[in-house]
Design a protein. Sequence first.
Length: 312
Amino acid sequence: MSVAQIGEFGLIDRVTARLAHGPATLLGPGDDAAVIAAPDGRVAASTDVLVEGRHFRRDWGSARDIGHRAAAANLADIAAMGGSPTALLVALCMPPELDPGWAEELADGLAAEAATVGAGVVGGDMSASPTLTIAVTALGDLGGRPPVTRSGARPGDVVALAGRIGHAAAGLTVLSRGFRTPRLLVEAYRRPEVPYAAGPQAAQLGATSMIDVSDGLVADLGHVARASGVGIDVRRDAFEVPRQMRDAAQALGADPYTWILGGGEDHALVASFPPEVALPPQWRPIGRVVDGSGVTVDGEPYAGPAGWDHFR
């Protein structure tokens, strides 16, 4: 069986039957557009695209894993603005010979990840394409608070991290070398564990800036530094290297801090806070905002890979 055999509308029926609606969904799939409640009066919106061979490989993870990853990449952006995700829209472009069961499992992963934050998959589009491509748009609610942008960091602010970092990049390296263990790292690449609740929490605490770590810590903090017109210094000793990462680095001849400082796709959140804010345990201080520009590590320019660039 292929998607060509059941047709576009047959596949849409099979996929939408698997999707649950979140509490903000007033009208879900089946009409020209979905309708989502926006009690705040504003909607945070973000979109991302995953292309097979560029962002994922089907032999490195199941369709459900890829659905989790695709949803997480967008839901994390809403959390990084201090918002709570409410809905996802998904466009799927696929080869006609694709097994429809793969698309159904993808929908299961998308829906399951969205459900962790009370969001629903409310619509999208499908098309034939020689390259399997997944485009996701996330919508979110700011809860009456101003959005936390990249441009508010001030010298003296504490830079803190919520979530794990370097795990997904280490898992990607392990998979690219033909291995499937350590499981902790491989599963981190397949299914990010995003600290969604830490985004609205940071906004409530008075975070001055925030971003999700999708391309690499140094690269993403660089966006904050440029937008805020400041420098950011990160302490290497603020990061714990778990045993599995240390062992994998030794076996592969790699530096684990390359994964921690330059690896993305864990979708941790990093934010700056005024120094007087008492940070809860899930926010771990990793550095400070300083006068100047760019990102340094222990006061020195960072010479390693800074992060992902699609066109470099």
